[in-house]
Design a protein around this ligand. Sequence first.
Ligand SMILES: CC(C)CCC[C@@H](C)[C@H]1CC[C@H]2[C@@H]3CC=C4C[C@@H](O)CC[C@]4(C)[C@H]3CC[C@]12C
Length: 285
Amino acid sequence: MLRAVLKLCCGITYPHLRSMTGLQRAALAAFGLELAHLQMQGQMPLPTWIPLRRTEKTEAVEQRTSALVDEDVFYLKQGETALEEALKIVESEDGWQLETAERNGDVIYSKVLSGNRKVFRLEAELNASPEELHEILFFRLEEMHEWNPGIRRIKVLKHVGRNTLVTHEVSSETAGNLIGQRDFLSVRHSSTRESRVYLGGVSTRLESLPPLPGIVRAENGPTCIILYPLQDRPDRSRFVWLLNMDAKGWLPQSLVNKALPRAQVDFTKHLRHRLAAQNSDNNRY
Ligand SMILES: CC(C)CCC[C@@H](C)[C@H]1CC[C@H]2[C@@H]3CC=C4C[C@@H](O)CC[C@]4(C)[C@H]3CC[C@]12C
């Protein structure tokens, strides 16, 4: 019954949704996200394509659990593969061109992959150890909007073990973003090897979170961040970030190719401020 009512509502509202603007769209997007979360927490019925026999409860629960386990394995594999593929790109030696060299020593190289996708590799030194950055950039992902105005919000939709996440990321409409608001649905995976931290990610799909009205769903190809401790200063890190993004929407490629390295520079600037704030807190107490 509830499902029928929901379907009816969707049908009736569809033409109006298409003509919505501004705040209304944002409200609707938030509503959609909440529904998706309810569904993930099992407070809403699963879609009909999961065969559940409602009369035999235990069997239903078992089926649901095994479906989730398959799903977990899927995300885990997707995350690991993304990291491997991104590392191959970032560690490839040929075809990189210097894009920008900032006064503070940060550099961005770019490279055109087959299929004409331009990817960007930022290299910087940061005033924090790889573990501290791992904490900020992975385990405390949902706090990112607090220190980075380029991000509207990040929500972890699913945890698979400690090192794999499914996340929904929404960029801001403002803050030097030439391109307009985008959202991303990603699987993110982290791993640690010999005091280095690797963060990988790629766009993924989730039936319960289709693109939101009014926000263009962009796509991440395999991307990664590598955090190396500096040999003589283990409290500092070398930060290497591969940005591999299809911003989608009808935009001139030249505009996108300017906005992406700019977004990397901005991101790094905000990350530095975040680290500086943390360091001054530590000195105070
Ligand atoms: C220019 C327009 C299209 C996009 C601007 C926003 C970009 C720069 C934002 C949107 C989503 C953001 C990502 C969201 C989540 C993560 C995972 C984290 O572990 C490292 C940072 C990283 C990878 C962010 C990097 C910056 C990011 C890609």
